[in-house]
Design a protein around this ligand. Structure first.
Ligand SMILES: *Cc1c(COP(=O)(O)O)cnc(C)c1O
Length: 395
């Protein structure tokens, strides 16, 4: 049995999305900026996709900017808000310690340029409170950027409450909603969000395409200069097949959201209950406010990398944290941020499910993971020290 349980890294393209892409490859290959009919037909497809995406997140079509993905949208949102802040002499930003690198690394760059960033603590409940955001606000705060849901540990943040606080304070609010879009209901107006990033390949759309929603009137800074595409804010001929695929995927995910989320959450809960039986293990992430498909654990006395390799040999494809950090020896910044010590953070496992996973697959995972964990503990010198009392258990 082959079980794909790494949907937070990327998802399989849905049949609906693939079908929606084909006309843009085969028939409507014109450049949407061309004035002839081939161009104008392509332009119609482009604007139709924009309308449909806008409906899914509750904004106006002209507030939707197509980007190359979530990373670009995050960069553009944060750098735009930082530029607006600098013009007003405001250079303080509020974020969290467990953001995706597409946010964190932009913030680190801004810190080198003289901005000050408050990273909210996420140890308590593996989440933040809206009150913590409120308490961190200052006269010179130019941006609050906190993710909608965490990609490694699944915590879902109190976005609507934070949006209300930011609105009252008159501070721009960006959220990286890459893990939430298509999985949780999003309404940018109701939640008072000014800037929001999403990425198609996390909701069964194609890779290399995303959206930056930007509230009308908020001045965006170009990352890419050139032609007048995307109201002059993002140059480059539009990736029309991907845009059509993204619109179809988001519509499909939104239409089936409640059914899929209920199904996936039930599989998630079964998996969490089963894996919690493994001694000296701990669930990572907010147990109550949690993405429907996220299961994240730390197992004491093992190496996450060995665990992943052995699981792969037994047909279970999972991750130790985010795909972007694998290959580096440092433990995940997210697990460190929630307070896991280095040794424990190294023994992490993230299983991220989709509606395509089945009950039989969950049973397979529940057979294989405990076996592999015991095997690895059996050959681990750290586990021997824990067992003989030379070291103390942390979990
Ligand atoms: C995947 C991901 C990104 C990056 O999106 P890309 O489209 O791959 O650039 C950003 N933020 C979060 C939370 C993600 O999970």
């Amino acid at each position: 049995m082959q079980v794909y349980a790494d949907n937070a890294a990327t998802t399989k393209l849905s049949a609906t999305a693939l079908k929606a892409m084909m006309p843009a490859f085969e028939t409507y290959y014109g450049n949407p900026s061309s004035l002839h009919s081939a161009g104008q037909e392509a332009k119609e497809l482009l604007e139709d996709a924009r309308d449909r995406i806008a409906k899914c997140i509750g904004c106006e079509p002209r507030e939707v900017y197509f980007t190359s993905g979530g990373s670009e949208a995050d960069n553009m949102a944060i750098l735009s808000a930082a530029a607006v802040g600098a013009r007003k002499g405001k250079k303080h930003i509020i974020s969290t310690a467990f953001e995706h690198h597409a946010v964190l690394h932009v913030l680190q760059k801004l810190e080198k340029e003289g901005y000050e960033v408050t990273y909210l603590d996420v140890r308590e409940g593996h989440n933040i409170t809206a009150e913590a955001v409120k308490n961190a606000l200052r006269e010179d705060t130019c941006l609050v950027t906190v993710m909608y849901a965490n990609n490694e540990i699944g915590s879902v943040l109190p976005i609507a409450e934070i949006g209300a606080i930011c609105k009252e304070a008159g501070v721009p609010f960006h959220t990286d909603a890459v893990q939430a879009a298509g999985h949780l209901h999003i309404n940018v107006k109701a939640e008072n969000i000014d800037l929001l990033s999403l990425s198609a390949h996390k909701f069964h759309g194609p890779k290399g395409i995303g959206v930056l929603y930007c509230r009308r009137g908020f001045p965006l800074t170009n990352l890419i200069n050139g032609g007048a595409q995307e109201r002059g804010k993002r140059a480059g001929t539009e990736n029309l097949p991907a845009i059509c695929g993204m619109a179809a995927a988001l519509e499909e995910a939104t239409a089936k959201l409640d059914t899929n989320a209920a199904k996936v959450a039930a599989l998630r809960d079964k998996l969490i209950a089963g894996l919690s039986q493994i001694p000296h293990s701990a669930l990572n992430g907010d147990p109550d406010n949690r993405l429907p498909g996220n299961v994240s654990f730390c197992f004491e006395g093992i190496e996450g990398e060995s665990l992943l390799l052995l699981l792969d040999m037994k047909g279970v494809q999972a991750s130790s944290g985010s795909a972007c950090t694998s290959g580096s020896l440092d433990p995940s910044h997210v697990l460190l941020a929630i307070g896991r010590v280095h040794d424990v953070a190294h023994g992490s496992l993230r299983l991220s499910l989709s509606h395509e996973n089945t009950e039989a697959e969950i049973d397979h995972i529940l057979t294989v993971v405990p076996e592999v964990v015991s095997y690895l503990r059996g050959i681990s010198p750290v586990w021997r020290d824990l067992q003989t009392g030379k070291r103390n258990y942390i979990l």
